[in-house]
Design a protein around this ligand. Structure first.
Ligand SMILES: Nc1ncnc2c1ncn2[C@@H]1O[C@H](COP(=O)(O)OP(=O)(O)OP(=O)(O)O)[C@@H](O)[C@H]1O
Ligand SMILES: O=P(O)(O)OC[C@H]1O[C@H](OP(=O)(O)OP(=O)(O)O)[C@H](O)[C@@H]1O
Ligand SMILES: [Mg+2]
Length: 283
């Protein structure tokens, strides 16, 4: 049996969630801040803790078989890897931003202007596609201070809440790329049975996270209306209550339309609604 290697970020935005998803897959391993490699005790897997910039190339070159990294870093490094699964965390947008009072109003106004960024490849591709020629100034961090220091006229960086832009007197100007953390794999390991097993576990964890287990009481007169609102994994479970003419309905509902569903269920006659997290969904 081959021991797989998965590369995750050592510290930073993606570290905690990457560790969490692996632990939720039932993998048992130590996560010491000082160690750069950890062996999983109950699965043929080693975890490499790396700078996120290095992860796509490690996976491309087969030094790691799998990796968890932001799509922005994969695109920036132009590594040839297989996208296996979007992971739903580390969501952000890469944007061009300008100073609040800037006279840069439309994309063409960026011609001849200096743009500071840590993502020169993504920015260059975007500018070429739009036919714009700017002076890209590559810096490795704290990009947002560029315009204030007179280093650049605009910046291109990751934006999530927009708080960093605002506190540096900047405003979003153009969205270039959406990104989230993804599981990537080396192109030669896709038929590996351990990869298939790990992928199945990750998908069951993700699917459980985006759903809730719901138990509610309803009188038989309103049962059909309630059941119509609840598809469940296959179909809802209906069990009799001690109270005549009443039943309990057990089902699964999606997190994304949770509150709409709960309000519709109440309106359809549901009472005593209990909502519980689900650990895993295996279909
Ligand atoms: N504000 C944010 N909100 C959501 N996701 C973010 C945010 N900032 C970064 N990310 C995502 O998390 C990834 C890692 O960000 P982080 O700031 O930890 O990177 P880093 O400083 O380059 O880390 P490293 O030390 O590993 O090189 C980014 O590449 C991006 O995909
Ligand atoms: O829109 P916001 O929610 O303010 O997030 C955006 C900031 O987050 C990232 O930096 P991070 O805080 O990860 O620090 P870093 O520059 O050290 O990577 C990014 O480089 C931005 O500066
Ligand atoms: Mg980095």
């Amino acid at each position: 049996m081959k021991t797989l290697k998965i590369a995750i970020q050592k510290s930073g935005r993606l570290n905690e969630k990457s560790v969490e998803i692996l632990k939720n897959c039932g993998l048992s391993f130590e996560n010491y801040k000082s160690s750069l490699i950890s062996t999983v005790q109950n699965f043929p897997l080693e975890i490499l803790f790396l700078r996120d910039d290095d992860i796509p190339e490690y996976v491309q070159d087969g030094i790691a078989d799998l990796g968890i990294v932001g799509e922005n870093v994969i695109t920036e490094t132009q590594a040839e890897v297989e996208y296996l699964q979007r992971l739903g965390f580390g969501k952000c947008t890469l944007k061009i931003a300008v100073q609040t009072g800037s006279d840069i109003q439309k994309l063409e106004d960026l011609n001849g202007k200096a743009i500071a960024t840590s993502y020169p490849v993504i920015l260059e591709n975007f500018l070429v596609e739009k036919g714009i020629k700017s002076d890209i100034r590559t810096i490795s961090g704290s990009v947002e201070i560029g315009p204030g220091l007179g280093l650049s006229d605009a910046i291109f960086d990751i934006v999530s809440t927009g708080g960093t832009l605002k506190s540096n007197g900047l405003k979003p100007f153009a969205d270039v790329m959406q990104s989230e953390a993804v599981l990537i794999g080396n192109k030669s390991i896709l038929d590996n049975p351990e990869v298939a097993e790990l992928l199945q576990r990750i998908r069951s964890v993700l699917s459980a996270k985006s759903n809730k287990y719901v138990v509610l009481n309803v009188s038989k007169d309103n049962l059909q209306k309630v059941v119509d609102l609840l598809p469940g994994v296959k179909s809802p479970t209906v069990v009799p209550l001690f109270e005549p003419n009443w039943v309990a309905v057990h089902s699964v509902i999606a997190e994304e339309d949770f509150w709409d569903k709960i309000n519709s269920l109440k309106a359809a006659g549901a009472e005593g609604i209990l909502v519980m997290p689900i650990e895993k969904i295996i279909t």
